[in-house]
Design a protein around this ligand. Structure first.
Ligand code: ASP
Length: 587
């Protein structure tokens, strides 16, 4: 028998009983005569005591133990004279009678402690050691509990978890596909699913009514802290529903997760903001509404003051930062530098300070007199002590830049507390996005999203204006999920493909199966998918989704532990009828 208890289990109640424990050596402290060993497993740490006076040989054996050795001990539970209130087993220790080394260990390349000395790349190479560290293990436990509660909640609502295939055909979620060559059909390739989108729709045609799946999706795109080439979605679809039904169901799931996992009760309905409101008030389709500082547009009143920058601008707007009139020159310069960074792209920043002594000071006072500045202040409801920051230029670009500035101010003023949660639904996204470079429309969500019924008339006249029955769940400025009500009619679907530039043959080739299925009695349906990794990382309070994935890839999409991707043997290539181009041929 390897153990009677785990290393996190023993308390005062077990004092004087004989126990057997197995685990890893966290550390050995040889105090001369007495040796203390911390024994660790997934459940905790228990202190072992070896006394040279009672058993010199056993104590010598303990002194030889190295970090991360796997051992088994038997001993008596004793109450500690100096207790450790920081750990649950801190009231007891084990007076060891016998010790077996089950497996020695090489010295780990970094310390297996909460704060480790290992850099990112090293920790990824030895991820199995990294996973022994408490913070990472706790993230994985959190992930498990969240997946469990999702299943629990959706199961109660009659959702069926159904697996869908991984070797499929291209799915249009807007990224590049990962492809897998087929040996049995030479020259042909499977694509890995960017999402199970078409399959979940087919399950609705099949009458499944309510489907979900916690599922891996694959997208070959440039990586960032919140992106991995393979990631996990909570993917869902429902039949005979309208948009409100979907939002209410998943608002319920969100509240359930917050309550069961975070102990947070989210009261009331989540706010719903249209895409255009979100852009006009926050300059973002994923606004962080933990704080206000909403945009106020002043295009009309700010023009006509012989200030060329404003006069030439399509759009002029600002935010009001309460009690920030005391910002120093240096602070304002830093903010100006911030908005001028190429990623943000503003050409400058104007400010107006409504000082507490009643004076008004501004970077544009050459063009605006005090009364005019006071009128601008009124538009923002600015009080004495407040600071207004203004950007101008093209509408879209300026809204984006002002959105970034607002977030920066939110950070600076401490409004973006990780333990405050502000969820909302952003609804009524545009159906289509015009791409200047390729001169064509793209589906903003994906080609299966249905237009708002009242906008269908615009399909032939002004497709760019059509709003979609599409929605995103946003929490604290992070897009946690998104979905839509789908087209369930083959003619409308065909029309959508043609607006998106597919010839009838291409549409038939790629999605004929779906349009065909729609001919056999497709129910009205819609759904949503949540980025599970992002959600876990938000609950864990980590900045990167890598911290909540057991075996993640690095920023170049590599698994440095198993060293993948890697070349394959010529024989494998031959079987697949693949001949590689020389690397020099690569563009
Ligand atoms: N398949 C979509 C996505 O991955 C979600 C949905 O429309 O349900 O974004």
């Amino acid at each position: 028998m390897y153990r009677t208890h785990t290393c996190g289990e023993l308390r005062k109640e077990q004092v004087n009983s004989e126990v057997t424990l197995s685990g890893w050596v966290q550390r050995v402290r040889n105090l001369g005569g007495m040796t203390f060993v911390d024994l660790r497993d997934r459940y905790g740490i228990t202190q072992l005591v070896f006394n040279a006076e009672t058993d010199n040989q056993l104590c010598a054996q303990a002194n030889d133990l190295g970090r991360e050795y796997v051992i088994k001990i038997t001993g008596m539970v004793a109450e500690r004279s100096s207790k450790n209130p920081k750990i649950p087993t801190g009231d007891i220790e084990i007076l060891v009678k016998s010790l077996t080394v089950l497996n020695p260990a090489d010295l780990p390349p970094f310390t297996i402690e909460d704060e480790t000395d290992g850099g990112d790349e090293l920790r990824m190479k030895y991820r199995y050691l990294d996973l022994r560290r408490r913070p990472i293990r706790e993230n994985m436990e959190l992930r498990h509990r969240m997946a469990f509660e999702v299943r629990n909640y959706l199961n109660q609502l009659n959702f069926i978890e159904t697996e869908t295939p991984v070797l499929i055909k291209s799915t249009p979620e807007g990224a590049r596909d990962f492809v897998v060559p087929s040996r049995m059909s030479p020259g042909q390739f499977y694509a890995l699913p960017q999402s199970p989108q078409v399959f979940k729709q087919l399950l609705m045609v099949a009458g499944f009514d309510r489907y979900f799946q916690i599922v891996k999706c694959f997208r070959d795109e440039d990586l960032r802290a919140d992106r991995q080439p393979e990631f996990t979605q909570i993917d869902c679809e429902m039949s005979f529903i309208n948009q409100d039904d979907v939002l209410n169901t998943f608002e319920g799931m969100t509240k359930h997760l917050f309550k069961t996992i975070k102990g947070v009760e989210l009261h009331g309905d989540f706010p719903r903001l249209s895409y255009s409101e979100a852009m006009n008030l926050y300059g973002s389709d994923k606004p962080d509404i933990r704080f206000g500082m909403q945009f106020v547009e002043i295009t009309e009143i700010a023009k006509g003051h012989e200030f060329k920058v404003f006069d030439d601008a399509e759009y002029i707007a600002g935010i009001c930062a309460e009690n920030c009139a005391g910002f120093t020159r240096k602070e304002l310069d830093t903010l100006t530098d911030f908005v001028k960074r190429p990623q943000i792209g503003a050409s400058g920043l104007a400010y107006i300070k409504y000082n507490t002594d009643g004076t008004i000071k501004s970077s544009i006072d050459k063009f605006f007199n005090t009364e005019e500045l006071a009128v601008i202040g009124e538009k923002f409801n600015a009080k004495q002590g407040d600071l207004i920051l203004i950007l101008s230029g093209g509408r879209k670009k300026t809204q984006n830049a002002l959105g970034e500035l607002r977030l920066e101010m939110g950070n600076k003023l401490g409004f973006r507390n990780k333990n405050t949660f502000a969820p909302l639904w952003v609804v009524d996204f545009p159906l289509l996005d015009w791409d200047e470079t390729s001169n064509r429309f793209y589906a903003m969500h994906h080609p299966f999203t249905s237009p708002k019924p009242e906008d269908i008339g615009l399909l032939d006249t002004d497709p760019g204006k059509i709003r979609a029955n599409a929605y995103d769940l946003v929490i604290n400025g992070v897009e946690i999920g998104g979905g839509s009500i789908r087209i369930h009619n083959d003619e409308l679907q065909q029309k959508m493909f043609s607006i998106l530039g597919f010839t009838p043959e291409e549409a038939e080739n790629q999605f004929g199966f779906l349009m065909n299925a729609f001919k056999y009695g497709a129910p009205p349906h819609g759904g949503v998918a949540f980025g599970f990794d992002r959600w876990v990382s938000m609950f864990a309070g980590t900045d990167s989704i890598r911290d909540v994935i057991a075996f993640p890839k690095n920023n170049s999409g590599r698994d440095v532990m198993i060293d993948s991707p890697s070349p394959i043997h010529n024989q494998q290539l031959d079987e697949l009828y693949i001949q590689l181009k020389k690397t020099e041929d690569k563009k």
